[in-house]
Design a protein around this ligand. Structure first.
Ligand SMILES: *Cc1c(COP(=O)(O)O)cnc(C)c1O
Length: 377
């Protein structure tokens, strides 16, 4: 059997062990230390943002962002429906109410028209949403300027979920730096990884200071352990931050590698009727974290995402369905949702193809052969 081609496996640079060794040599094997401080500094520089808190996960970052905004019981938070569940779970941790917003055609991300409709409807019901969480799904930049315009008009803060879009830019400005706070993930499948980890960024020092405080069990400044807030154990380990420093040094290279893989698919599928790839919005630069396609059933004569995933799996190649919209998930289906049908259609037609930056020409050729056979290219 051929070796498995994974969807998006970790891709080490060779620089990681140096920082890990330093952590061991100095005995900073703890959720505090020089790698954590340096990783925060280097990430802030890369992003062009003033403050970063290195955390245990992207989910923790979203949770702390919501706490920073005072989101609590029965508060409403507007969030993209077409996303990973981690964008939504922290809203429920706070006993708040997720209100789902559908996608728009071009970027697959939060639809500004539906966002405005939702805000006006919630206001008419006497509830002002406490936050908006747009997501840059698969690294594709959302209509962030439109979303910010609406957020400013109604004075609702924005938490940008950039977990999948590290390195993506709009008008040359990094995603995650447009909202009041931005969230990143360094899970094993993301464009760079620390094995598991996340970060919260902001130009507002108070938000980041408070995130660090809450992430280390909310210890007040007393000679003994003294607590006036409920804390969390959400800080990034100094060992893990060492991996992050090594990975960050090759991030731009990883973005270019992923973009090349996307170009490979785009070129191949330009020869097939009924397959479309997601486009890059004007003035946006995508990290192309995952390359995704839509299969239009009426133009491809019975080809389906499930069919394609199955033939790839037979050759030991991993592909996946697009995220199943959150408003259709059993845990979330009773929450309010403002829908136009787009996210459900993208789910029905969408496939994520192998996109790992370490893929070899030989592996790409294996994928190409399956795709050519399945689609008669
Ligand atoms: C991965 C991801 C997260 C969560 O990050 P973790 O580090 O896995 O907790 C949040 N939102 C989106 C869109 C993601 O893809």
């Amino acid at each position: 059997m051929n070796q498995r081609i994974f969807l998006s496996p970790p891709h080490m640079s060779g620089h990681e062990m140096k920082y890990i060794q330093e952590a061991f040599d100095q005995n900073w094997v703890a959720p505090i230390g020089p790698n954590v401080d340096q990783f925060e500094k280097e990430l802030a520089e890369y992003l062009g943002v003033r403050y970063v808190a290195a955390l245990a996960s992207g989910t923790a970052a979203i949770h702390l962002a919501l706490i920073n905004l005072g989101v609590g019981q029965d508060d409403e938070v507007l969030v993209t429906s077409l996303t990973f569940s981690a964008s939504v779970n922290p809203i429920v941790y706070q006993k708040a109410i997720p209100v789902f917003i559908d996608s728009e055609e071009k970027t697959w991300n939060m639809c500004p028209v539906m966002l405005r409709k939702a805000i006006e409807d919630r206001l008419s019901k006497g509830k002002k949403p406490k936050a908006i969480i747009p997501v840059h799904l698969y690294g594709i930049v959302a209509e962030i300027d439109e979303i910010l315009k609406i957020a400013n008009e109604f004075e609702i803060p924005v938490i940008e979920d950039a977990a999948e879009s590290l390195g993506s830019k709009f008008h040359n400005k990094q995603t995650g730096t447009f909202g009041d706070m931005g969230v990143f993930s360094f899970n094993g499948n993301k464009i760079i990884t620390t094995s598991g980890g996340g970060a919260l960024c902001s130009d507002n020092e108070q938000y980041i200071r408070n995130a660090r405080f809450l992430a280390t069990q909310a210890r007040d400044n007393f000679p003994w352990y003294h607590h006036s807030h409920i804390g969390y154990n959400y800080r990034m380990s100094n060992v893990v931050a060492g991996i992050g420093r090594g990975q960050l040094s090759v991030l731009d290279e990883r973005v270019l590698q992923r973009r090349k893989i996307f170009e490979f698919y785009k070129e191949l599928f330009s020869q097939v009727q009924g397959i479309s790839v997601s486009s890059e919005p004007e003035n946006a630069f995508s990290n192309r974290w995952l390359s995704c396609i839509l299969i239009h059933p009426e133009k491809t004569f019975g080809k389906t995402p499930a069919g394609l995933i199955e033939v790839l799996e037979k050759e030991n190649i991993e592909a996946r369905h697009i995220w199943k919209p959150m408003h259709t998930q059993p845990v979330f289906e009773n929450y309010p949702a403002y829908m136009n049908g787009t996210s459900e259609r993208i789910f029905e037609q969408g496939v994520c193809l192998p996109s790992g930056s370490a893929m070899t020409q030989k592996e790409l050729a294996r994928i190409e052969e399956v795709l050519r056979n399945y689609f008669n290219i």
